[in-house]
Design a binder for this molecule. Sequence first.
Ligand SMILES: Cc1ncc(COP(=O)(O)O)c(C=O)c1O
Length: 472
Amino acid sequence: MTDTNDAKATDSNLRTSGDPLERIESGVRGYAKLFPAVFDRAVGSTLTSEDGRQWIDFFCGAGSLNYGHNNPAAKQALLDYISRDGIQHSLDTVTAAKVEFVETFEELILRPRGLDYRIQFTGPTGTNAVEAAIKLAKQKTSRSHVIAFTNAYHGHSLGSLALTGNRFYHSEFYGSRNNVTHLPYDGYSVGVDSARLLAKMLEDSSSGIPIPAAIILETVQGEGGVNVASDQWLCEIASICRHHGIVLVIDDIQVGNGRTGKFFSFEHAGIKPDVVCLSKSIGGGLPMSIVLIDPEMDVWKPGQHTGTFRGNNLAFVAAAAVLKNWADPNFESEIQNRSEVIQTKLSSIQDRYSHHEFDVRGRGMIWGLDVADGTLARTVIDDCFANGLLMEASGAEDQVLKIMPALTIPTALLKHGLDIFGQAIDRAIDRAINNNADAKDSSTSNASPAMPSLEWPADVTGIPMPGSMTSQ
Ligand SMILES: Cc1ncc(COP(=O)(O)O)c(C=O)c1O
């Protein structure tokens, strides 16, 4: 055998022996275990693996692909840009791609909403934006304390981690929560108005909580279990911030970029945060993060908060291309139509299993079905994966099945994915009932309704089969 053949044989052994990276990649990998496949191609809302399997995508790169995989406008703009040898890396120097992004963002997003934010470009992941926002708030107020909320998720660098709620991620052992207090998020505890509680604690000089530099929150907690704050609660928090001169930081990393049906998730409540963190889908599928800063808050000195990858020009190009969706007056109403399709389906599942006390929560195109049981949720996710649907769970116990497709998913594909989801729930509950009934004859058990077989509708996937993939 030649060297080349040897290499090929090794490669094919690895491929047939299952997960090719199990051997060498750190044990920290998570999604690779949840989704056992070698993904190779993706178009719009479908993914294809190396061995030709296909999935509808309700996971959406954890919220980074709101405009779909390889969005055609972004793809063409990137191909053109690379072909003409456009600048790729630029720190914070001025480039044509950056100017185009900033002007597009101003024209299509800020100005129509009456917003006058300044834009800070940070390192490319969400947690970089959170770190910058908190540091700025501390600098502006000369205070050190920050208030975050139960079930919050703000990232994994140590400052952001201190604000994140989940104990699985956070250990006092490697990241102290000094200067952070977590208070109950809206609806955390039945009968507790946590905005009033917060107001009282800040008025009370003996509550143990100092007046903080910042209050940071997500208007919908994506990782925390799809918990939706009411508009009223958000207005009350904004008013508390104004009263005490506290910087209100909205972390719109997951639920900004149209996820809740409007570009910014806080638009529904009519509030204007002092600082907004945006990442994930802002880069049109490529890494990019920004912090939007009220002009009065912009106390940075040149170069005071820096980072090598603040100038990912490919992301600027893709971002400017996908932002053009917001010039379409129907874009928001189309998100709303799809939102109703999801909500209707989840409500019908909830009604069908009313004795299980499932909870349906969401807004726009982020929805959760809380099945109150992480094991049940995992069974459903595995079943969905086996039947062509990619999705994940969130919440403290991973008990909330999260539906988060691209904003641009064709309705037929959305409905097909929801059918796969519904059938996975039926099967998982059926199995749980049968397990509980132990030796009981499955034919006499409380079986779920007969399920129609699901044919993969090639015409709605919009993705050609491997081998015929020369164009999209
Ligand atoms: C609300 C929110 N903030 C911050 C982050 C951290 O972003 P990244 O993982 O890109 O650092 C996430 C990631 O899921 C998020 O959902």
